[in-house]
Each structure stands twice: as structure tokens, then as C-alpha cells.
Design a protein. Sequence first.
Length: 296
Amino acid sequence: MYLCYLDESGSPDDPNNQHFVLAGIALPANQWKALDSAILAIKKNYGLEATEIHTGWMMRRYSHEQKITNFSALSVDDRRAEVNKIRIARESALAAAGDKSRLNSSVTERKRTSAYVHLTHDERIAAVRKIADKISSWQDLRLFGGAIDKAWFNKVPRQTTLFEFAFENIVNRFQAFLSNRSKFLQNHNRDAEANDCIGILIEDNNVTMASKVTSLMRKFHKRGTLFRKIDRIIETPLFVDSELTCMIQIADIAAYSIRRFLDNRETNLFDLFYQRVDKAADAPVGLRHFTESGCL
């Protein structure tokens, strides 16, 4: 049985990113504990064991690093203390000036990055890179993804949302992988394993999306998708707390790496995750770029 963890990168409504990406990280269920332990060990080395990895926020540069003298030489506790001083002073000044817009932005940044301020920018990059390195070396893991050029998607009236379109793509590719894997096992006289070659989708617990995705998956089970019958993905997606689940966080890094490659030509993380894209006859069938300009 395969577990496929999903997460997205890029907002459908944010003009600052060209693409919306939904990525799935699938691995055999009996390998979950080993990989989870390996990722947790990396996080512990950076003081992130109790922290959710939000790749986009981790990879940013924080202005306080330039404002604090010898920031990299300070202890973890001193780094946090100095950062808090700067942030409290900044928010107090913005509140006094009545600058609600910048104050709200500052508060959002503080909340989203507070778990990472004990690390330098280089250390944050290194932490994410080591996780990606571990994923690239996990031979039985498969990456599925749909990267959608929003300009391409919005040119034609559609009956589905951007997320629903991306979700159906993941379902198609995960189903194809499970079917092909089952046929491979049957051809090698491993019928018992072939019969067990099924999968389940696991997503971050989003109250708004849960009912929509569940309904969509029920329809796929009943009627199939536009391209194939769904007979190897069981149940409707499970919804878990991403803060407590390393595998969802890995999917977050994967989706981020794909989007940053397509939007900004960044290869540092993408080249690692690309090694795990599901392939058929060396063609990367697990990853699809929906665009009219031609895929890179």
C-alpha cells in the first residue's frame, strides 16, 4: 500500500507567482516510519523538531539578520531575544503611527517566522536542502505533481477551480502509477504484492476544502476521471494536521521547489526532487506542466 501526501504552493489569486502547484509524495506504507524518523532527525539538528516546515517562509531573508551585530555568532537564545526586541519595537512604532497595513504585515511575518528566527538564512537553507537530499535518496518514493500556469488556465472558461483541476491531475497520475506497479509485480509472478498495490491520499486538514475534495473524490470513485477509472486509490482523502506530520511538510517543500523552478528558474531544490518523479521508459510522467508556452 502507498501513502501519498499532498500539499500546494502558490496562491490562485496572488499575482506575484505565475504558477499554482499541487504536489504528491508517495511511499510504501511500510517505509513511512523510517522516513519520518529520518526527517525528524534532520529537523532536530536545527531545533525544528516541534515546528512545521513552511518552506516559503523559511527560505526568505529576514531583515533583522542585518540589523543585529554578529547575529550568526550569538547563541540560539540570544538570537531569539534580539529578534524579539526588534520586532516589538517595530510593531509599537507602526501602531503609534497608525500604519495598520504595515503593522498587519509585520504581525503576519512575526507569526509565520517566529519558529525559525534562531537560524541564520544559510542555516535555514541548509535544513531544507538536507531534507530534500534525504528525499532524493529514498529509492521507493515517488513524486507526482501538476504545475499550472495561471494565465493559461484563466484564458478558457472552465467548470472546475484551479485546485480541482490540479487535484484531478494528481489522482490520474497516482492511479496510473499504482496500476503500472501492479502489472509489473504480476509480470514478475508476485501476484500477492500486486493485489496489495493500492494507495490512499493524505492532505493537510483544511476545513474549507475537506468537503469539496471528499465530494470530488467520491465522484471519481463512481464515474472515474476524464482520463481513467479509479480502482486502486481507496477511500476519500484523509485529512491530518500538517504541523504534526512530517510527510505533509515534505510535500510542501516539493511543491515549493517545482513552483520556484518554473517561476524563477531556481534549480537548487528542484533538481533533487526531480530524481524522484515517477517515470515510464525514462519519461517523467508523474509531473505535468500545464502551459501554452511550452514546458522547460
